[in-house]
Design a protein around this ligand. Sequence first.
Ligand code: GUN
Ligand code: FE
Length: 452
Amino acid sequence: MNLRNRTLSASGFHSPKRGIIDVLDDVLIEIDAEGVITALHRHGDPNYRTIRDARDASGELVTLPAGFYILPGFVDLHVHAPQYPQLGDALDVPLEVWLQKYTFPLEARYQDDAFARRIYRLLVDDLLANGTTTALYFATIHQEATRALVDICVEKGQRALIGKVAMDNTDECPDYYRDRSTEEALDGTRALIDYVRGHPQNGEGRVLPVVTPRFIPSCTDATLEGLGAVARECGCHVQTHCSESDWAQGYVLARHGMTDTNSLDRFGLLGRKTVLAHANFLTAKDMETVRARKAAVAHCPLSNAYFANAVFPLRAALEKGLHVGLGTDISGGPSASMLENARGAILASRMLQRGVDPNLPATARATFGPAQIDFRDAFHIATTGGGVALDLPVGQFTPGYQFDAVLIDADAEKGTVRLFEDRDKGERILQKIIYTASRPNIAATWVGGSKV
Ligand code: GUN
Ligand code: FE
């Protein structure tokens, strides 16, 4: 059902502030013609009954049945759209081998527009069905295929930020898959920005363009510098990989004599609308720089287990006040589900805190320090954190924010959540949803108040 110009009567959860779950028990959410939340009335509010009766009488009230809960739609901060055919595959080698052996050959296939369209349609449908209402996408170097991804997101109604990947360094990019020159990388980036901004069906700006240097190793200095200038000129988002693995970090240290963070910063690529994927090996000073620039980290816990050989210190980053959201990193991470990645973030944090070597005594096993997060933090970064990272009004049910939401059917017979009335109440219901829900539990997804 379309919820524009409607008032929704529902229960659910959101987490505008880290560490706190706001339990929405039988609330009224008023949504305007643009899909923006204009008011939230709680059951005990003095005007609750009057408003409910008025909306009911005018036919604007939509009431959800018991057993259904709304959550803010998930914000996936790191997706490689062209890698979807590789999801759950090719996880056997390190990053630098994986790129050359599996990933570049796959991405090169997107010079075929028909192939691109087929894969991108499936991906966007699957992500929406998984409750991902906003996705920050890396596409490929190709203009036509990347435009197809824009068209498909516009058509299907997903909020999407999409970048034509820039990669022109002949030392690190194969001949069959790279921008031929700095000029081609920059012109292609500008052309995609123009295409997205001039798209006739993108009037609401649901799809946004992103300046996307793949990572420092893939790009020449001239391209990095040029992209910094494009980002400044167009004021758009920036995404790249940052300090992901020992190899990637070491490569930048050897080539530029500084960390990824410092190098990106001097090229003008570190700003309020920058999202750094992974960022596992940030130094304390790097973290300070990322915080000062108000840039964000896309935490990709599943991918990090395969390609980073390290755990991103999420809790430390959050406590330092960095903007952090959650990413699947399809296909570096083998799951397209933000719920599974939320669980991965919790699991990884606990292993980082306790240590993992069974040959060490318990007292000597923990070497890192406080790292543990819980379902509240995981839910927060999957929703509000992503919205803050992107500087977009999404991820929470607060007046002024877009009504981007997932409907969880906690009683779905084929689903994987089992609630027991006598024991599952309040935020414990959300905890069970985070830990056990799966696609059959996702009954509907809305973006900007429209069902998608
Ligand atoms: N670094 C450069 N390219 C990639 C990519 O496609 N995936 C991941 N995880 N890291 C990268
Ligand atoms: Fe990635």
